[in-house]
Design a protein around this ligand. Structure first.
Ligand SMILES: Cc1cc2nc3c(=O)[nH]c(=O)nc-3n(C[C@H](O)[C@H](O)[C@H](O)COP(=O)(O)OP(=O)(O)OC[C@H]3O[C@@H](n4cnc5c(N)ncnc54)[C@H](O)[C@@H]3O)c2cc1C
Length: 333
């Protein structure tokens, strides 16, 4: 039995996603000199007092006390063990492309699964023409898509241009063009609270729109079932989707993609925001994009508070006009 979930459902639209396990002190009492203890007990790479603006595509957010970058599963496992023993809060992130961190920052350890945690390995499949591809959570989706193109494998073209990590994309059940991560996925490997790695098949996981309901903690790898195809055709499809993306989305301004989820039974969030005449509206340095109304962009000087205030303004105006409260897709920390 796994102890807790990665994400619980958002029960209030403007509330941060509550992580039942992440962000909590799971074992001992917080030790006063925990940074020194962490330095002594864990030998992996750490950046101290690191601005989260650097790690998030919105380019806002205060400092995290520490950003730890484990290079492999063993380092991650030992890091969690140490953090449990010294009683320090932690949160795992990928590429920060769906994350709004407050200006106050994070008084704990941000665990970043990044480039060092990004191996891709092809495995045999039961059916001729199929391929199982195991990918570590820190791998960027773009690296994976390019790898698929090089290996003539189809099934992940829709993800071309989504700037997240594989782990983040699984947790978010990221999607585009009517497809989502859960479709080509065959299993997910988690590191759970007991410190064990557990592989779960897709049929045992509850995916929904931009959400994975899970009782486990950290996504460490995902396996995809892909099909052999013509390299040039796959390449062309990815290029075409990237071009369409570029034409529809703001360029050159920091953002986190679609800020709000599309509400069920209503037109898309972007259409509602546009029809509420909010395109171009600003709070401080945060602005509703002139190009795509569901993108909130950083005009250069935004703070996290500007984004939060703009988010609430958009929610209020859309609710007044259309009777629906938009729920953020972006996770707030
Ligand atoms: C320009 C742009 C375009 C975008 N287009 C799309 C799109 O078309 N479709 C779409 O769905 N999204 C889109 N996004 C949003 C974003 O890229 C996706 O949600 C992406 O999957 C987030 O991945 P990440 O690694 O950046 O996650 P992060 O933002 O780092 O984290 C997101 C959440 O997942 C958790 N998390 C991350 N990694 C792990 C892990 N390994 N284990 C457990 N929890 C983890 C974090 O704690 C956080 O709660 C876009 C963003 C941008 C900036």
């Amino acid at each position: 039995m796994l102890p807790a979930s990665v994400c619980s459902r958002q029960d209030r639209p403007d509330r941060a996603v509550v992580l039942k396990f992440q962000g909590q002190r799971v074992m001992g009492k917080k030790v006063d000199n925990w940074p020194e203890q962490l330095r002594d007990l864990w030998s992996g790479e750490i950046e101290w007092n690191s601005s989260m603006a650097r790690w998030c595509t919105l380019q806002v957010g205060g400092p995290a006390r520490a950003v730890a970058m484990p290079a492999n599963r063993e380092e991650l496992q030992s890091l969690l063990d140490v953090l449990g023993r010294i009683g320090v809060c932690w949160r795992v992130i990928g590429r920060g492309s769906n994350l709004l961190v407050s200006d106050a920052g994070y008084e704990g350890v941000i665990i970043m699964l990044g480039r060092k945690f990004s191996a891709i390995e092809q495995r045999g499949a039961e059916k001729v023409g199929d391929a199982r591809v195991q990918v570590e959570a820190g791998c960027s989706l773009m690296k994976l898509v390019n790898w698929c193109v090089d290996h003539g494998l189809q099934g992940l073209e829709f993800a071309a241009g989504i700037p997240g990590s594989v782990g983040g994309a699984v947790v978010m059940n990221a999607g585009a063009w009517g497809k989502e991560m859960s479709e080509p996925l065959s299993s997910v490997t988690f590191l759970c609270g007991s410190g064990q790695f557990v592989e779960r098949e897709k049929k045992d996981l509850a995916f929904s729109y931009r959400h994975l309901e899970s009782e486990a903690m950290i996504v460490v790898a995902a396996e995809f079932l892909l099909q052999a195809g013509d390299r040039q055709t796959i390449d062309k499809r990815c290029t075409q989707l990237m071009r369409e993306r570029k034409a529809k989305q703001p360029q050159g301004q920091a953002n986190a993609g679609s800020f709000f989820k599309n509400p069920a039974g209503f037109p898309a969030a972007g259409k509602l925001i546009q029809d509420a005449e909010l395109k171009g509206v600003r709070v401080g340095g945060a602005q509703v994009s002139e190009v795509h109304a569901n993108f909130l962009v950083n005009t250069g000087s935004a703070t996290a508070q500007d984004f939060l205030d703009l988010m609430r303004l958009v929610q209020e105006k859309v609710a007044e006009r259309f009777g629906v409260r938009l729920e953020p897709e972006v996770h707030i920390l």
